[in-house]
Design a protein around this ligand. Structure first.
Ligand code: F6P
Length: 548
């Protein structure tokens, strides 16, 4: 029988024991080559992982672990179109959407590239015509506002990328994103928009998601009441795998952009779901985004594990999750335009690896995906970094920074860079008792004050981080970064032996919401639920002035 995951992961504990006794600052002092030893790059993207609790034997053990779980075999299976999404019996092939080569990419014996290229060509033509004003609204006016209605993977990727690529957008073509079923989202988005110049894109892989369909229906009503029912076809486009449902909604066939069941929702920004991004930044830039992801695919496929960025980052995450028990992981872009990158990664990572049974359906004997969270720096420094530096939880973090800003506004970027480097340094070094005492003594404090203040001013240090540094946040670099994290999730899912490509955990809430709606509306009796839910319903009815 193959060695169990638990046994494999337990074998890491001896390395933890050794590193527990040798903090990073000691290792840095002993090894002037530590940065060189523990940094790697994929084209222009450099990963510095030297500020981690690692040494050579630990890294060797992690790469051994990757080989023991047959990471390379699993990677090959994914690229060969095997149905690695076992619970939905589907291939996982979002890499085909950005494939730049000329070989066939086969799924179930069929080359999918002609279909992929046909949709890309349709997207190119459509986005070009909207941008140059040759596709217009029902009254003949050019579109100035595009509202994408979608949620989860049909929202987070496009929002994240549109914000990230703001320097490539046009002021006269504004993109808006509505996801929440909360009417406030649609209402506040439409406030001030002119129906004559507004186009809606309904983005939904299934075209059944309740939030999206509810928002789509209200948006349809908004257009129909302002411009008449006949205007709907001119003001709507759809992105979906469910072409029949798009048709039934009343969307013209040449405005329906399809994709396929081998593209997971959270991996779909490369597909037709990326249409709003292409509208915002132009198709050439969207293609550069795809190209950047393709470059990362090639890096992941062809670079040996020891120099492979997604593999290194994935294994470090496993190391902290399983050997050290760290439950969360922060993503801290020092790039305001990556403000939604952590939220995007939350779905990508937590919906993928937030699982507690293995591929065979057996309960996991090990921990799987961590909580992913984060905010851009430097804002986070004035909010939650206190806990990262001095709290009782250790939170491994990824810092992201571009060397070159888009704006020539010295000294803003220089200050941003100084801050990001300072944070990883502070986390690693910490501040010892001796250092605090020396500092307070130099400030002239008396002995009693020094004694009282010292524990508060000490930093434990030895807190791990990665730093990703790149020349500039271009469409290509953004594509590489997103693909890097996608493959990191794959690496971790392989080690944990989970299906990273299903998401049954979101179903129960959906089912219960559906069942509760008539009770919320008061058309069904408030009975059959637990006492809390029943009590909340009754109180809600009271607040709304409804009879129980
Ligand atoms: O949250 C569950 C989920 O199925 C996601 O995986 C998906 O991205 C999202 O809902 C939206 O689904 P759809 O694109 O089908 O509307």
């Amino acid at each position: 029988m193959a060695t169990s995951r638990k046994t494999l992961l337990n074998s890491l504990m001896k390395h933890k024991k050794r590193l527990d006794e040798q903090p990073m600052r000691v290792q840095f002092a002993l090894d002037p080559n530590r940065f060189k030893r523990y940094s790697a790059s994929a084209s222009d993207l450099l990963l510095d992982y030297s500020k981690n609790r690692i040494d050579e034997p630990t890294m060797a053990a992690l790469f051994d672990l990757a080989r023991a779980v047959d990471l390379e075999g699993h990677r090959k299976a994914m690229w060969a179109g095997k149905h690695i999404n076992v619970t939905e019996d589907r291939a996982v092939m979002h890499m085909a959407l950005r494939y730049q080569g000329d070989k066939p990419v086969k799924i179930d014996g069929r080359d999918v590239m002609p279909d992929v290229r046909a949709v890309l060509a349709a997207m190119k033509s459509f986005t070009g015509q909207v941008r140059d004003g040759s596709i217009r609204g029902s009254t003949g006016e050019a579109f100035t506002d595009i509202v994408n209605i979608g949620i989860g993977g049909s929202d987070l990727g496009p929002v994240m990328a549109t914000l990230a690529l703001a320097p490539y957008t046009r002021a006269d073509l504004r993109l808006h994103y509505v996801s929440n079923v909360d009417g406030a989202h649609l209402h506040d988005t439409l406030k001030g928009l002119d129906p004559k110049r507004t186009m809606f894109i309904i983005a939904s892989k299934t075209f059944t998601t309740d939030e999206t369909m509810t928002n789509a229906s209200s948006a349809r009503g908004w257009i129909a009441s302002a411009l008449g029912e006949a205007a709907v076809t001119d003001h709507f486009a759809a992105l979906s795998t469910n072409l029949a449902a798009c048709d039934a909604f009343g969307i013209k066939s040449d405005r329906i952009f399809g994709f396929w069941d081998w593209v997971g929702g959270r991996y779909s920004v490369w597909s037709a779901i990326g249409l709003p991004v292409a509208l915002a930044v132009g198709f050439d830039n969207f293609e550069a985004f795809l190209k950047g992801a393709y470059d990362m695919d090639q890096h992941f496929l062809k670079t040996k594990l020891e120099r492979n960025l997604p593999v290194i980052m994935g294994l470090l995450g496993v190391w902290y999750r399983n050997a050290w028990g760290f439950a969360t992981h922060a993503v801290l872009p020092y790039d305001q335009r990556l403000s939604r990158f952590p939220a995007y990664l939350q779905q990508q990572d937590m919906e993928s690896n937030g699982k507690s049974v293995d591929l065979e359906g057996k309960p996991l004997a090990i921990d799987s995906g961590p909580v992913i969270w984060g905010e851009p720096g430097t804002n986070g420094q004035h909010a939650f970094y206190q806990l990262i530096h001095q709290g009782t939880s250790v939170i491994p973090a990824d810092f992201l920074i571009a060397a070159n800003p888009h704006e020539q506004m010295a000294p803003h970027h220089e200050k941003l860079v100084a801050n990001v480097f300072a944070q990883s340094e502070a986390l690693m070094l910490g501040k010892s008792k001796e250092e605090v005492v020396a500092e307070l003594t130099a400030q002239g404090l008396d002995k009693a004050a020094i004694k009282a203040l010292t524990p508060h001013k000490m930093f434990p240090g030895n807190r791990p981080s990665n730093t990703l540094i790149y020349p500039k946040l271009t469409p290509e670099m953004l594509g590489s970064l997103v693909a890097l994290y996608e493959h990191k999730v794959f690496v971790q899912g392989t080690v944990w032996n989970v299906n990273s490509y299903d998401q049954w955990g979101v179903e129960l809430g959906k089912q219960l919401a559906k069942a509760l709606l008539p009770k919320v509306l008061g058309t069904a009796a408030n009975e059959g639920n637990d006492a809390s839910t029943k009590g909340l319903l009754a109180h809600y009815h009271k607040l709304r002035g409804m009879a129980e």
